[in-house]
Every structure is written in structure tokens, then in C-alpha cells.
Design a protein around this ligand. Structure first.
Ligand code: TRP
Length: 317
């Protein structure tokens, strides 16, 4: 396996971390887009979040994928190319790869190139003979995935409840774009469900403080990459559940009045001022199926665990 990474669609203007941060800080409330969490350190911290006792999502999704892989593989059919959006550590797709009949290729797409390179090496070693073609790309931007010889049918794989990190309108737009990237193929999506708010709150406020470190890593990253001078200890991780909007909202809250320099610009933070860093929307199985239909998909199967913590949907084009 050649683990060299193809970089497609270089970031257009307004999409570098520097530009995004300066644009986000010009807003009220200030904000930083959540895709910038995933530098090398952030990706590693996120892998630790996935193993936290409070973070039920990864475990539950893994169990579901393991349990229903034969059914999912049958729905996807033989000879498919799996396209994984936001592939992360490439661990989740394995039960499916194990069950698919004659998979033609596996195309993991991820924004974090270094992390992807490491992970691809591990996966390729375990699946000798599988064509693996990692793409370093931001799947939220328009892109075309180069067609493989023989034009195998595509099946998308989009797990981790990442769809919940987009506002509903943006989520519909993203699903639409994925539909066109998949060229008429179906999409498997993992979606976190509405549930006891206490349980949701705990998942984003772990006692070990890993989620807080992950959130604050945005500031550490800005210091390193943009020459900013944030004091990460002068900000608090704050992640309440907004029940009316059915979403976790994540913030970094300035603990004191302070000014911070980013490049040649200075930003003032009032005491208690929030910087919005992420939303994580929760759905019912029905509300997500409606959303998928709005994006032009035909929702087919849906699987959930006995506690109904999380759902996995198979959508056809
Ligand atoms: N898609 C994940 C979610 O919304 C991402 C995530 C989990 C996350 N925990 C986080 C993002 C903590 C930022 C901080 O659950």
C-alpha cells in the first residue's frame, strides 16, 4: 500500500485557521469553527474522548456497527467503494470491511493529514489487498472525489454523529453535497439521539477534563500556529445542553477581562465573555429521517441500541 496522501481541493480564501479565527472573532458572540479542533493534538485528544466512560456515543455506535454489519453489508451490496467522511482513526469501518462482499476500495477523507497517514498505515497492514486511498480534504467544502477505474458504486460512511455538529440547514446542504459526491450511492449516517439531558451533559463535561483540554486546544493551536498569546487557563470550558434547540452548545468563557494578540490584531475579552466553539444537535429517528428526505435521500433502514442512545441510518439516493 502506498500511504502517500492525496491532498485535494486546497483551502480557498477564508478557510485557513488564521482567516477563520479573525473572521469568527469579529462576530458577536465570538466564535471559532469546530473543524479547527482537529490538528494532530486535537485528533489525539478526540480519540481519548471516544474512550471516556461518560461518552457513550463511540461505544454504542461501535456495538451497533458490529451487530448489524452483515445487514448493512447486504444493503450496500457487493463491489462497492466505501467513502468515509471525517475518518479519524479509521477504527469504525472495520466491522463493515470485514463483512462486505468484494469491496473495491476504501477512501477515507479527513482534514487532519498527519493523523490520517498514521492511521492508514495501521489499517492497510491489516487489510492486505484492499485498495486504500486516503484523501486529505475538508469535506464541508465542495470537492469531487476522483473516480476509480471501473466506476465502482459508492457507499458513504459518515459516523461519529458529526452531522450533529452542523446547524440543521447546513446539515441538509451537506447531506445534499454528499449525495452528489456519492454519485447515486447510499449513505450510512450515525446520529446521536435526544435523551435525558443529564446524560447528554455528562458526555460533554467529563470528570477527567479531556473534553475541556480538547476545547482549549483551539487556543493552544492558535498560540502555536498563529503566534497568538492566549492563556488557556484564563478560559473555562462550558458545555450546557440547550433543551429548546436540542443541542449541546460548547464555549470557551473568558474568566477575566483580558486582551489577546493574534498576529497583528488585538482582541478584547470581557469577564464572562463566551467564545462559541461547537454545537452538537440531537435528533429523534423520525426528525433525522425527515432531514435526510429534505436532502433528497430516501431513508431506508434505521438501527438503534436497546437504550435508544444512538441511531444509524441507511439512506439511499
Ligand atoms: N461529533 C461529536 C459530538 O458532537 C464531536 C464531539 C464529541 C466533540 N465531544 C466533543 C467536539 C467535545 C468537541 C468537544 O459528539
Amino acid at each position: 500500500m502506498d500511504a502517500r496522501l492525496a491532498r485535494i481541493a486546497p483551502a480557498p480564501a477564508g478557510n485557513s485557521f488564521a482567516e477563520a479565527l479573525l473572521m469568527g472573532f469579529a462576530r458577536t458572540p465570538k466564535e471559532i469553527a469546530c473543524k479547527y479542533f482537529y490538528d494532530e493534538t486535537g485528533s489525539r485528544l478526540f480519540d481519548r474522548i471516544c474512550d471516556l466512560p461518560e461518552y457513550y456515543q463511540t461505544r454504542t455506535e461501535r456495538a451497533l456497527l458490529q451487530r448489524y454489519a452483515p445487514e448493512i453489508a447486504a444493503l450496500m451490496g457487493p463491489d462497492v467503494e466505501i467513502v468515509e467522511f471525517g475518518a479519524g482513526s479509521l477504527r469504525k469501518v472495520r466491522p463493515l470491511l470485514d463483512r462486505l462482499k468484494n469491496p473495491r476500495a476504501y477512501t477515507p477523507v479527513d482534514i487532519s493529514g498527519d493523523h490520517l497517514a498514521d492511521m492508514v498505515r495501521t489499517l492497510a497492514a491489516d487489510y492486505a489487498g484492499l485498495v486504500v486511498r486516503p484523501l486529505v480534504a475538508d469535506f464541508t467544502l465542495p470537492m469531487t472525489i476522483p473516480t476509480l477505474l471501473g466506476r465502482p458504486r459508492r457507499a458513504g460512511f459518515f459516523t461519529g454523529s458529526t452531522i450533529g455538529n452542523f446547524k440543521p440547514d447546513a446539515a441538509v446542504a451537506l447531506l445534499r453535497r454528499m449525495r452528489s459526491m456519492l454519485d447515486g450511492g447510499g449513505l450510512l449516517v450515525g446520529v446521536d439521539l435526544v435523551k435525558d439531558p443529564g446524560r447528554l451533559h455528562a458526555a460533554y463535561n467529563d470528570t477527567a477534563g479531556i473534553t475541556a483540554a480538547f476545547n482549549k486546544n483551539l487556543l493552544v493551536r492558535a498560540n502555536r500556529e498563529l503566534g497568538a498569546d492566549f492563556d488557556p487557563d484564563a478560559f473555562a470550558h462550558y458545555a450546557p445542553y440547550n433543551a429548546s434547540a436540542r443541542r449541546i452548545e460548547m464555549y470557551l468563557v473568558s474568566l477575566r477581562r483580558q486582551s489577546v494578540t493574534v498576529g497583528d490584531q488585538r482582541f478584547e475579552f470581557a469577564q464572562g465573555e463566551p467564545v462559541h466553539t461547537e454545537d452538537s444537535y440531537k435528533y429523534t429517528t423520525e426528525s433525522f429521517r425527515e432531514m435526510a428526505a429534505r436532502a433528497g435521500f430516501s431513508p431506508r433502514a434505521v438501527w438503534t441500541d436497546p437504550e435508544r442512545l444512538l441511531s444509524i441510518h441507511w439512506l439511499e439516493s
